[in-house]
Design a protein around this ligand. Structure first.
Ligand code: UTP
Length: 444
């Protein structure tokens, strides 16, 4: 792109300020800025400005709680058999979203590289990847692992996998793909420069997964490999039961477009999304979108009516993903402190919010889904995310929960409750049953 084209494009879109330092830039800085301008998506930009000018009213209406499947031993066994067939047939792919900035944890690197193993110090990625190794071995099949990164953390993520020999997965089955970046806008809807020759950009949210899969050829790659179901999860939860056969199986049996694992909320106001139904359409609401009456409503048995929260453990059918990848998803706005380059070229980090970042959320595909399956799960078994540096949902609580889970497996396998720090490689045992099968070895 030439300076003239960039200048015209920006002026047509009311963004000429992007070139205001042009005369001061050297040749490399000019090339880099032109490359950034070339990648700007002006359609999304005008949607962002519209959103700032006309924030949408909350949907309101009369949301109802969805049906949620609670496992019975019979249903579990039936679904497990179907899921195992799907896995063995090579129909299942695994996808982790790991492009976030991890600002609450405050770790200087991709969150997936964070050391969480209570004994080994192994990373979050290790625990995910080793489960895929276990599944591949058990079902004698290659399971592709798609890892969504951002431009900011892609190189470090790939390096971490390389240094660890892809944790035992065949390198050809680990596919990194980079999510999109969006500019931030100031209160007047203008693109913000954080250096004289650089537009401030941030990841477009986990909802950017679908566009990124499409743009990077991953949906085609899945199709070529014969994939039908994609297991989706977030990088910060090492307790996740990746591609659990019963979950995969029930998704298949119900012919669902999307399946969600839901867990009982800690309290009526826990900050998790909730699946709701409005008429014949599903959706997700934040805790803040429910009235006090709705949040505290009880059923006849005394349970919360909106009992379950979503923690972003999903299965998508590939056909549904392909359909959604071509649609423009809704945008969400977040008011943030964004570094700004002043007229004299110095950069100021503001102390209060001065601009807006925009994100897409993956659950915004829900209203388009014809069949949605919600399955209840026990958070003690499958969910303990690393979000904060300390306190709730921190490395400390996560290590504690991992060890408590492994200790339960020991007891279930007929061994004493461990009294020393404990860690189990997921490729050695994926669950209590696996460990029990190896228990003889352990006791010898
Ligand atoms: P969070 O919303 O918890 O964000 O992301 P985060 O970046 O990990 O942490 P904070 O909020 O800055 O402290 C949930 C999941 O979605 C991924 C994250 O990597 C995490 O797995 N994510 C989030 C993306 O992949 N891209 C994004 O743009 C945002």
């Amino acid at each position: 792109m030439t300076y003239e084209t960039a200048s015209e494009l920006l002026s047509q879109n009311g963004q000429s300020q992007v070139l205001k330092f042009w005369d001061r830039l050297n040749a490399d800085e000019r090339d880099a800025l032109l490359a950034q301008i070339e990648r700007l998506d002006f359609d999304s930009l005008s949607r962002m400005q519209n959103l700032m000018a006309n924030p949408p009213a909350p949907e309101g209406g009369n949301p109802e709680a969805p049906n949620v499947v609670e496992w019975t031993p019979e249903l579990y066994a039936e679904a497990k058999a179907v899921g195992e067939r799907e896995l063995r047939a090579g129909h299942v792919a695994v996808l982790v979203v790991a492009g976030g900035q991890g600002s609450r944890l405050g770790y200087d690197g991709p969150k997936g590289c964070y050391s969480i193993g209570p004994v080994s110090g192994a990373s979050l990625f290790y625990f995910h990847a080793r489960k895929i190794v276990a599944l591949s071995r058990k079902f004698g099949v290659r399971i592709p692992f798609y890892v969504m990164t951002s431009e900011v953390n892609n190189a470090a993520t790939v390096k971490h996998f390389e240094e660890n020999d892809y944790f035992g997965i065949d390198k050809r089955d680990v596919i990194f793909f980079i999510q999109g970046l969006w500019p931030a806008l100031d209160q007047q809807g203008k693109i913000i420069l954080d250096q004289p020759g650089h537009i401030f950009m941030s990841p477009d949210g986990h909802g950017g997964t679908l566009t990124a899969l499409l743009k990077n050829g991953c949906l085609e790659d899945m199709e070529r490999r014969g994939i039908r179901e994609v297991f989706y999860f977030q990088v910060d939860n090492p307790m996740v039961e990746i591609a659990n056969p019963a979950f995969i199986g029930l998704h298949t049996l119900r012919n669902a477009d999307i399946s969600l694992k839901l867990c009982a909320k800690r309290d009526p106001y826990e900050k998790v999304g909730m699946v709701v139904v409005r008429g014949d359409r599903f959706g997700m609401v934040e805790y803040s979108e429910l009235t006090d009456e709705q949040a505290n409503r009880r059923t006849e048995t005394g349970d919360l009516y909106f009992k379950y929260g979503s923690v972003a453990i999903h299965i998508f059918s590939l056909d549904f993903m392909k359909l959604e990848a071509n649609k423009a998803m809704p945008l969400h706005i977040a008011h943030k402190k964004i570094p700004v380059c002043q007229d004299d070229g110095t950069v100021v980090k503001p102390s209060s919010n001065n601009g807006c970042k925009f994100e897409k959320f993956i659950f915004d595909v829900l209203p388009d889904a014809k069949t949605v399956l919600n399955v209840a799960f026990d958070r003690n078994e499958e969910f303990s995310p690393v979000k904060n540096a300390e306190g709730e949902d921190s490395p400390e609580t996560c290590r504690r929960d991992l060890q408590a889970k492994w200790a339960r497996w020991f007891v279930a396998a007929g061994m004493a409750t461990p009294t020393v720090p404990l860690e189990i490689d997921p490729a050695y045992a994926m669950d209590a049953e696996d460990l029990a099968a190896k228990g003889i070895l352990l006791r010898d």
